[in-house]
Write a protein that binds this ligand. Structure first.
Ligand code: SF4
Ligand code: SF4
Length: 468
């Protein structure tokens, strides 16, 4: 084994890119990943069209600051909830990774699913397995080679366009995407630019950049050294059983191998040639390993052929391999889990107590208090109501403390779905109920008799109570 710490598998000593040609893999894990990838891809394509109570399943419209998760509409005003949800997400990654390593990367990450289950499979279909691809790349340009390369890149571009449209559907919604596609291009220059940019980025990643997205760009891989410990379950080589590695001689029995000091690893390199990041798992857990299980399938196949038990490479922890321990609940894991449960509880509380509207009551800019002919004092306010739901909401405003009256200046307030409405409100107070300077007043926000919110605002009056 070469000194793997001093070399990058994807670059030569001058730092030039070394193109990887991972061999086609087959086996039980690959089959399971294939089925899961179909499910994930179907969900990804159907996702933008799924509606929950009229709202999309997921919408992340950063431009218009509109966010919908599982049919729940979130506004920039829901910032605290977002922050808590983000903390829940990060903590669950910590817990999950500490226990099960990069299971996400190998099985569900869009980069791995699209690269290994879509683009790579098309490449195998057009250019053949790894040795044929290598030979094709080294061969001089001929019409046949140009046709294969042209067909591959045309399909890659088409798929990138499809994925870019799907991503856009999650950002702006399928209706707006349909408009961009069907309307005159001049009316949707922004949308078309985004579409072309996304397409080119997808194409660049899957046609050229490939595994480097995981090994150079993705921060999650780099966090592994801090998240994993000797009890984490990862794709691991059982060095106790495998070492010392040595080629299998013809007609060599297991007893003869053992007598020669050899383990079960026959140094066939099949685990290396299938690896999409080009590493040798026998060197131990490495940052580049995306836990794709290809080496497990390849090695199991070798073990079957040489009549040794499967699982020389398998899901195991370091302690599992060294001492035969099963998944252990460590104090670190307990600590992470307690924090996660606490945050999840807080998030659930925020979600369940979340109001359907968000109202802001502000004193009208530049307006002073007024003394009315009846001796009462008045303040003018601007009220802004945000409707966080996907249905129309009629709003009534009431003064909750019985010390005056509230008049909505612009008539009935009806807030359209996912929109906001603004109106002016005049509050009048009886001087006998007022304090010198500022008097707190409570405004109730109602819809069809049901109170949605209660807001406290300041009513300004004269400081000197002789004026009253
Ligand atoms: S595939 Fe298995 S037997 Fe072959 S080199 Fe890798 S670990 Fe050893
Ligand atoms: S070492 Fe094995 S699990 Fe890790 S990326 Fe390579 S093939 Fe996949």
């Amino acid at each position: 084994m070469r000194d793997f710490r001093n070399y990058l598998t994807t670059a030569d000593q001058e730092g030039r890119r070394q193109w990887l040609y991972p061999r086609k893999v087959q086996g039980r894990f690959f089959r399971a990943r294939t089925w899961l990838s179909w499910l994930l891809l179907a969900t990804m394509f159907v996702g933008p069209f799924i509606r929950i109570n009229g709202s999309p399943l997921l919408l992340v419209n950063i431009v218009e600051r509109k966010f919908v998760i599982l049919g729940q509409i979130f506004w920039p005003q829901d910032m605290i909830m977002f922050a808590v949800a983000l903390l829940v997400f990060i903590t669950s990654i910590l817990v999950f990774t500490a226990a099960f390593g990069r299971l996400w990367c190998g099985w569900t990450c869009p980069q791995t699913v699209l690269m290994e289950m879509v683009f790579r499979k098309i490449e195998y279909l057009i250019e053949g397995d790894s040795h044929q691809q290598r030979a094709l790349d080294q061969a001089p340009w001929t019409p046949g080679k140009a046709a294969k390369k042209g067909a591959k890149h045309a399909i890659f571009l088409g798929l990138s366009f499809l994925f870019s449209n799907t991503l856009l559907a999650y950002i702006i919604g399928p209706e707006q995407l349909f408009q961009i596609i069907t309307d005159s291009p001049a009316r949707h220059l922004q949308g078309l630019t985004a579409m072309i940019l996304f397409t080119l980025v997808f194409y660049a990643i899957f046609a050229r950049f490939r595994e480097q997205a995981c090994t150079f760009i993705c921060p999650y891989g780099r966090l592994q050294s801090t998240l994993l410990d000797e009890n984490s379950i990862v794709v691991a080589y059982d060095y106790k059983r495998g070492e010392k590695c040595g080629p299998l001689r013809r007609d060599e029995s297991a007893a003869q191998r053992q007598a020669a000091g050899n383990g079960d690893c026959i140094a066939c390199h099949q685990c290396v040639v299938v690896c999409p990041t080009g590493i040798d798992i026998r060197n131990g857990t490495q940052m580049e390993c995306v836990q794709c299980t290809a080496c497990i399938d390849a090695c199991d196949d070798v073990m079957d052929r040489v009549g040794r038990p499967r699982g020389l490479i398998r899901y195991a922890s370091l302690n599992g391999i060294e001492r035969g321990e099963r998944l252990k609940v460590t104090p670190r894991l307990v600590g992470y889990t307690v924090v996660l449960l606490g945050l999840a509880f807080l998030l659930a509380l925020l979600l369940f107590t979340r109001s359907e509207v968000q109202t802001l009551v502000l004193r009208a800019q530049g307006a002073l208090f007024q003394k009315m002919p009846n001796g009462h004092y008045s303040n003018l306010y601007t009220v802004r109501v945000v409707n966080k739901t996907s249905r129309e909401i009629p709003i009534e405003l009431k003064l909750e403390n019985d010390i005056g009256s509230l008049t909505v200046m612009g008539g009935d307030i009806i807030v359209a779905p996912q929109k906001q409405a603004e109106t002016s409100v005049l509050i009048e107070l009886n001087p006998s109920a007022m304090k010198p300077g500022t008097t707190p007043v409570v405004v109730g926000v109602y819809s069809q008799g049901r109170r949605l919110e209660r807001l406290v605002t300041a009513f300004i009056g004269p400081r000197d109570d002789r004026n009253q």
